[in-house]
Design a protein around this ligand. Structure first.
Ligand code: SAH
Length: 423
């Protein structure tokens, strides 16, 4: 989501005559696009702002956009008095106002719903992977999560607007479409004139018709929104990648209830089984939170157990971090930091083992991979497999780099694959 927001902000500023620079001291405007999901991220934003104000040109404007802006609001100006703007995730399209009045302070953290999608200019050239948000906000209200506060209630964008964006991306260079939403598989749009209801499966079907689009994926999915129409698409649509991020968060029924994620483990396992019957080569990734208030050793062992059972790849795990405006932050039995750290280390080490085993199982296979660009040395090209693994190949000599290629995997470790292009 933040990658998308960043791309749209860059496009908007291009229209105002700005270009991107990596050199902080050259910049006329510095924008920190922020995430408030965990406390650490928020702290990092303020220490970065401190560094930026020391290093930047005195005339340069600087500020924050995104969820930390929404979380802190006007108090950010108290912490950093010379800050110029604070714009929430649904109001960053107002950024040009500060260019008109650089001597004022611009604060807008309104939840304006889908307004920004109508206001932001289209990118002239799409990257190979086009991120297309299909909804804003989330209605699930997991007790640990700040997203319903920072991004508001869940709204699905009109079907035809999304398809318009998808066609534009396809016509300007996209090969892969990644649909985005906090609860992406909960997408539901009713056309008021016809009464027809559109779901994510309809978006996938329509997108798959575009000749130049070769790969489709979506993130992030809520387990119980994985409806049969969507599971079936994995069977019938080869452009849909065989990889799905479907966070379980915890393997303990107790903890899930306290998290207000009211699905049973049996149901989750059943959904995974259905997905595997629809697409036998599918792999699942998850997000996990350890050390949620009240989590016992036994609860944590159940999380280890579910990871063993599902054999997740490419997963993320986090120590629970209390966030403002959330119910879990007020729960009494908060877990000591040292226990959270020990559980995270144990889970991470197992998830890494699973990743290594999956990567090793890919050696000898051929996969169609999408180019991400050269590595830092320029001697290698980094590709993404259908499972979002990084695959590194030697840069071709005296030949243009192909965007979508078949690669035979020759070697693997925990972090990445090596391979050779075979077409
Ligand atoms: N709906 C989005 C949520 C984005 S947050 C999604 O499913 O991706 C990404 C992950 O951050 C969540 O899945 C969760 O595992 C983690 N997370 C969210 N709030 C957290 C908190 N308070 N502490 C620790 N991790 C958290």
């Amino acid at each position: 989501m933040n990658v998308y927001d960043g791309q749209r902000i860059a496009t908007m500023l291009n229209k105002h005559g700005f270009e991107q620079t990596d050199i902080l001291t050259d910049a006329d405007i510095i924008i920190l696009n922020t995430c408030a999901v965990r406390e650490k991220a928020t702290n990092k934003v303020f220490s970065a702002l401190g560094r930026i104000r020391q290093a930047k040109k005195p005339s340069a404007l600087f500020g924050i956009v995104g969820c930390v802006a929404r979380e802190t609001g006007g108090t950010a100006f108290k912490r950093i008095p010379d800050l110029n703007f604070v714009l929430g995730p649904q109001s960053y399209h107002k950024l040009p106002e500060i260019l008109k009045n650089p001597d004022t302070k611009l604060l807008n953290i309104d939840l304006t719903g889908l307004e920004k999608f109508d206001e932001l200019p289209q990118m002239e050239k799409s990257p190979a992977v086009a991120y297309i948000p299909i909804q804003e906000g989330c209605n699930h209200c997991c007790t640990y999560c700040i997203v319903p506060y920072t991004r508001g209630r869940e709204l699905s964008r009109p079907f035809e607007d999304i398809i318009k964006d998808t066609i534009h991306a396809a016509n300007t260079g996209a090969l892969e479409i990644c649909f985005l939403g906090q609860n992406v598989n909960g997408y539901k749009y009713t056309d008021e004139t016809t009464g027809k209801i559109y779901r994510l499966s309809d978006l996938i079907k329509e997108t798959a018709k575009l000749e130049s689009i070769k790969r489709i994926r979506f993130t992030s999915s809520y387990p119980t929104e994985m409806t049969d129409d969507l599971i079936d698409i994995f069977k019938t649509e080869p452009k849909l990648l065989p990889f799905l991020n479907m966070p379980i968060q915890s393997g303990s029924q107790n903890v899930l209830t306290k998290m207000n994620r009211p699905y049973s483990l049996d149901l989750y396992i059943d959904i995974v089984d259905k997905l595997k019957s629809a697409r036998p080569d599918i792999q699942i990734s998850s997000d996990f939170i350890v050390g949620f208030p009240g989590e016992t050793d036994q609860d944590f062992e159940q999380t280890m157990e579910i990871a063993r059972k599902i054999k997740y790849i490419n997963s993320y795990s986090f120590k629970y971090s209390p966030r403002p405006h959330t119910a879990a932050a007020l729960m009494k039995d908060q877990i000591p930091e040292a226990i959270k750290a020990a559980r995270l280390a144990k889970l991470d080490s197992y998830l890494n083992e699973l990743q290594r085993a999956f990567n090793e199982s890919c050696v000898g296979k051929t996969m169609e991979c999408l180019c991400e660009g050269p590595d830092k040395t320029g001697n290698h090209i980094v590709y993404r497999t259908p499972y979002m693994q990084q695959c590194i190949v030697d840069a071709p000599k005296d030949m243009p780099v192909k965007q979508l290629v078949k690669i035979r995997i020759t070697d693997a470790n925990k972090a990445s694959l090596r391979g050779e292009v075979i077409n």
